[in-house]
Design a protein around this ligand. Structure first.
Ligand code: ATP
Length: 765
């Protein structure tokens, strides 16, 4: 291109032209990020340019850079991999390649770049940014650009999104694609487990992760694996005999299958690779019929799970925000996640820290390697060890501090109830406590339907949906006196509730009755487990992620059916009671046109606006190429505008442009087997509950005064809800509780509801 090229676009100062690319290994969710970037950028008056095949497209230019509009990313949410392509581009590693990239950016008027990839991609982006002034000067010096043309491009703003199935970037809890990959691994291991148990076989399963053991560790936690090999924590010198000892113990306890998970980058303490075939030989040596399965590219994931769709969507929005807020001085940021909060931090610092993991491993500083991962990695590893190995003498508490811990499920079933119970039972046993199952909630307690649980009793519960203990909605006040009597009779020193609002409410009732019934003066803790996510004290209940995935799977199928019929809108009714979380987050993950939630209600005006919107869209859609659309409606949003009524209104007012159907997903939303996210959260929370119980049973466990034979505590802290942010006394949560509508007064997620509209209903101004 000559410098006097008349097609060179002019750049208005307030309107950014944002280029975006996906690079490195593909990761599910990259398409959701692209959709979000294009639509948010467009709605903010900016232009969005897709750069195809990663940096290859940037270096080549021409047709490899294309302006994207709203409709270009239709249907992107549900598709795995990356639709704009990715490549490993060697020429971008050279300055000459980056010079071509700079020219192509300026020629297309692009003054900001969002890259989505792993640490290599982010490193390349930062080098481009650092070199930018020099590259532009060189382009002027060699006549490729005039000074005037180059003037608006003094700086290039770059933002990084981390797309990588390995979850190998430090400074963020999770990377786009990692959770979907874990879904595929868990599905595969669930399948392998049943054949392994049938033939009483051992399986060595190799999963991805060259320098990062996240996938392997989380797969081991989620699937009750007998042993795990990860690069950050090589096993002890004599691991072969240690592993065999553990496996033999598991077999003696009654396990019919053996599952070993190996990260592809697993190493021993001498930094030598640990190969699956070698592990197989060892296991064969102790008489186990052993097979090796390498999961390979299946782990690239395919259709993104709900978590990755929402993570990538929200991070895409933040990436555009970061571009719009950037100044020439701002260092290139990387969008990450800590806890429940989106973070924005210097990209190169994150990349440097990530490289330090490899350095720490090469120096055999394994503690540092583990600590450099997300803050929960080391805790997760400890929880895995504590709930998998048997007879760990180091973990035992003194005999006089051993507790009888009652465990019960209350409310509707939710994914994660069983994994939480499994972890609580195994952790309790390793500490020397006695975990006691209370079957069928409080009604079961009154019938003395209780049983001490052993290590093998809970085997395989990590992957089981529903409630193995049995659950119902009855709360203790139907006969408080008898509940207290039975608690005393069973000699419970602590109580662990796992359930939804009913579990929380039951805990409040026991807490308030402490004065009258000393049997309740014991540590009591509730792990929120309900698909509605309506329990105060936590941002996420167990079961919500499983449910979101069930909804996404079904809505994808509905959308496909609606698209096949060309002009159809599905009005889908979802659970959630008076809490709109499930509907709002499902709206985000499925790309629904609208989500009707109780927090906002529905009015005639809402319906009118949506009818107008749908009519406009179906008028615009090319004949024979119309998409199906979804409207999500929470079950309690309105007595008047029922699902049926709304569908009829849409159909009538559509005046033949489209028709509509209803679908009530009902109990399908409980989701079957718990999702990996729920399995992991369940494990983390259950371990924390056990520490909580010990802390409040014996406030000063290390001192001599703890020789008291009986647990007695009536502090408000000793009756708490445990959430992803820690434990909170129920007494403090009362003020945050909307008892009438059975939910928390704080809907932390409500701002995400606005994104559903923003991403699906833009109107050309
Ligand atoms: P994954 O984690 O999936 O491997 P990644 O982004 O780390 O993803 P890489 O192949 O390392 O994957 O990097 C992707 C592209 O980024 C490379 O093909 C190259 O074009 C560019 N890149 C990587 N490192 C550099 C570098 N040091 N300098 C310039 N460009 C680089």
């Amino acid at each position: 291109q000559k410098s006097d090229d008349p097609t060179l676009p002019s750049l208005k100062s307030n309107k950014k032209r944002i280029g975006f690319l996906t690079s490195g290994g593909d990761a599910p969710g990259m398409n959701a990020a692209v959709r979000s970037i294009v639509r948010v950028a467009t709605s903010r008056g900016c232009e969005a340019y897709a750069i195809f095949e990663g940096y290859e497209g940037l270096v080549t230019g021409g047709d490899m850079i294309k302006k994207f509009g709203w409709a270009d990313v239709r249907g992107y949410l549900a598709i795995g991999g990356t639709l704009i392509g990715t490549a490993r581009c060697s020429s971008f590693r050279q300055r000459s390649g980056r010079l071509s990239a700079a020219l192509n950016l300026v020629k297309n008027g692009i003054d900001a770049l969002i890259v989505c990839g792993g640490d290599g991609t982010l490193t390349g982006a930062d080098i481009l940014r650092q070199e930018w002034p020099g590259l532009v000067k060189e382009l002027i010096d060699n006549g490729k650009l005039t000074t005037e043309e180059a003037a608006p491009y003094e700086t290039l703003n770059i933002v990084g999104l981390v797309g990588s199935i390995d979850n190998d970037m430090t400074s963020t809890d999770i990377t786009i694609g990692a959770v979907t990959s874990l879904h595929r691994i868990c599905e595969a291991v669930d399948c392998i487990s049943s054949t392994a148990a049938s033939h009483s076989r051992a399986f060595v399963i190799e999963v991805m992760g060259r320098h990062c053991g996240w996938l392997a560790l989380m797969a081991a936690i989620s699937n009750d694996a007998d042993f795990v090999f990860i690069p950050e924590r090589p096993p002890s010198e004599n691991w072969e005999s240690e592993m065999c000892k553990i496996i033999k113990k598991h077999r003696l306890l009654g396990k019919r299958k053996t599952i070993i998970i190996v990260a592809e980058g697993a190493i021993d303490r001498k930094l030598e690779p640990i190969k699956s075939s070698y592990i197989k030989d060892i296991l064969t040596g102790i008489g186990l019929d052993t097979r090796v399965t390498t999961l390979g590219h299946i782990q690239r994931g395919g259709r993104p799970c709900a978590y990755d769709r929402n993570l990538a969507t929200i991070q895409g929005v933040e990436a555009v925000n970061a571009i719009l807020q950037a100044t020439p001085e701002t260092p290139s940021p990387m969008i990450g996640l800590r806890g429940n909060k989106i973070t924005c931090q210097p990209l190169m610092k994150a990349v440097e820290l990530t490289h330090q993991v490899e350095v720490a491993i090469s120096k055999k500083d394994f503690r540092r390697a583990t600590d450099l991962r997300d803050p929960e990695f080391a805790e997760d590893y400890a929880a895995y060890v504590a709930t998998t190995f048997v007879d760990n003498k180091d973990m035992l508490v003194p005999e006089h501090q051993r507790l009888r811990i009652g465990i019960l499920h209350i409310g509707a079933p939710a994914g994660g109830m069983n994994p939480a119970t499994r972890t609580a039972v195994r952790f309790a046993l390793n500490r020397g406590h006695t975990p006691v199952a209370i079957y069928n909630g409080f009604s079961g307690l009154l019938e003395e339907n209780v049983n001490e649980l052993s290590w093998i009793d809970v085997d395989g519960w990590s992957s089981k949906g529903g409630s193995e203990l049995g659950t119902n909605r009855s709360e203790p006040d139907f006969d408080m006196g008898m509940v207290a009597y039975q608690m005393q009779k069973q000699r419970f020193d602590a109580l662990l509730f796992i359930g939804g609002f009913e579990a929380y409410h039951s805990l409040i009732k026991l807490y308030k009755a402490r004065e009258k019934y000393p049997a309740f003066c014991i540590p009591m803790i509730c792990i929120p487990a309900t698909i509605s996510n309506n329990v105060p004290g936590t941002d996420f209940s167990l079961g919500t992620d499983t449910s979101l995935n069930a909804i996404v799977d079904n809505c994808d199928a509905l959308k496909q059916s609606a698209s096949a019929s060309r002009r159809r809108v599905f009005v889908v009714e979802l659970h959630g009671g008076q809490c709109g979380y499930l509907t709002a987050l499902s709206g985000l993950a499925t790309g629904a046109t609208s989500s009707y939630i109780p927090e906002e209600g529905i009015s005639l005006k809402t319906l009118q606006n949506d009818v107008n919107h749908l009519r406009r869209r179906y008028k615009e859609d090319k004949k024979g190429n119309s998409s199906g659309r979804l409207i999500l409606r929470n079950e309690c949003v309105s007595d008047t505008y029922t699902t049926e009524v709304i569908a009829n209104i849409f159909k009538t007012e559509g005046k033949g442009l489209y028709d509509s159907r209803t679908c009530i997903l009902g109990h399908i939303q409980q989701g079957g087997a718990p999702s990996p996210v729920d399995r992991i959260r369940a494990t983390r929370l259950a371990v924390k509950c056990l520490y909580f119980i010990e802390q409040y049973a014996f406030p000063s466990m290390s001192t001599e005064q703890t020789m008291q034979p009986k647990v007695y505590t009536n502090t408000k802290e000793s009756a708490s809800v445990i959430g992803v942010e820690g434990e909170k006394p129920v007494d403090d949560l009362l003020k945050d509780t909307d008892f009438k509508n059975r939910k928390s007064k704080k809907a932390w997620w409500i701002h995400l509801k606005d994104l559903v509209e923003l991403l699906s209903k833009w109107e050309d101004p």
